[in-house]
Design a protein around this ligand. Structure first.
Ligand code: PMV
Length: 314
């Protein structure tokens, strides 16, 4: 059996505006991972796909055309010059689905890595990322590409759609608490809602995207300098701009507020919004109290992670 894994991610700054060409910053969450295993399945004549977390087991040849995993497996095998038969691919993920942690991109990245390893190929992160992007399009419609990029590189990235990512050096470790509203969020739907709203009020939305883009550039400098208090304030400001975009919701606003009251340096929703996660930047001294305040306030789960320049690789 050949196995490989891929990390989760959170967007620190710039979600939604990144779909419209502005920069965004995302970081890997290395302790929460998706894992894929590839086994020979002699004489099967097809590829068996198993996702035990979702209770699914099906043949590649029978997969629906909207099935992102099947699409990805076909593309990867073609690119590897390997026939689509006599294999079993099994995927497990510790990443919550629909919470802005990149679960789809992580599953896809783990599959591509496991297939590469099985067939003895060594693809650079940009090639893995490009292939995973194809599956992301099926899941999300018009993804910016930030999820597949940060996950395939497993490094903090400054990302602009259509451009190679820039890896950011982290000046001081960033202790983050990720807290889940427990509400499923469909990235495709929320991105679609923003597109509609922008169609109705283009000037207002473009101005909001510009403000977010400017904030992202300032945040990058503070990340590199290790200025955590300034970063916290920018997270608060980014959340306010996301509220104006119409992608927050009462549950997200409540968790953001609780985190701030409990002593976080700043907090914001992360990912598509209208559910999913918030992230709070904390000091090491305050991390336990912020985490317990979020849990008492009803967060479905919390993850404590520290972002550094050298996250654990695959
Ligand atoms: O996949 P999520 O929920 O982290 O959202 C991705 C972030 C968006 O900017 C909203 C969409 C995109 O494709 O960048």
């Amino acid at each position: 059996m050949t196995t490989a894994s891929a990390c989760g991610k959170v967007i620190l700054f710039g979600e939604h505006a990144v779909v419209y060409g502005r920069p965004a910053i995302a970081v890997p969450v290395s302790q929460v991972r998706a894992e894929a295993a590839v086994d020979p399945l002699p004489a099967a004549g097809d590829v068996l796909l198993e996702t035990p977390d979702l209770g699914r087991r099906y043949w590649l040849a029978e997969a629906d055309s909207s099935d992102g995993i099947a699409h990805l497996v076909r593309l990867a095998l073609k690119e590897l010059g390997a026939p689509a038969r006599d294999l079993r691919i099994s995927v497990r993920s510790a990443l919550p689905i629909g919470r802005g942690m990149g679960s789809g991109a992580a599953v896809s990245t783990a599959i591509v890595r496991a297939l590469c390893r099985h067939f003895g190929a060594h693809w650079p992160p940009e090639k893995v990322s490009a292939l995973v992007f194809e599956a992301e399009k099926l899941y999300h419609g018009t993804p910016s590409g930030i999820d597949n990029t940060v996950i395939a590189y497993e490094a903090p990235v400054y990302f602009v759609k259509g451009q190679p990512p820039q890896i950011i050096a982290i000046g001081a470790p960033l202790p983050l608490i990720i807290a889940d509203t427990g509400i499923f969020s469909s990235t495709r739907e929320v991105v679609g809602a923003v597109r509609e709203a922008r169609g109705r009020e283009p000037a207002r939305y473009e101005a909001l995207f510009d403000a977010i883009g400017k904030l992202v550039d300032t945040a990058r400098r503070h990340i590199e300098d290790g200025n955590l208090p300034a970063l916290g304030r920018l997270m608060d400001e980014n959340h306010r701009l996301l509220q104006e975009l119409g992608v927050s919701c009462p549950a997200l606003d409540q968790l953001v507020e609780i985190a701030r009251q409990a002593g976080a340096l700043g907090a914001k929703l992360s990912g598509a919004g209208r559910g999913g996660n918030i992230i709070a930047l904390v000091t090491p001294e305050r991390s336990a109290s912020v985490e317990s305040a979020l849990r008492s306030a009803g967060a479905a789960s919390t993850i404590f992670t520290t972002v550094t320049s050298h996250p654990r690789g695959e």
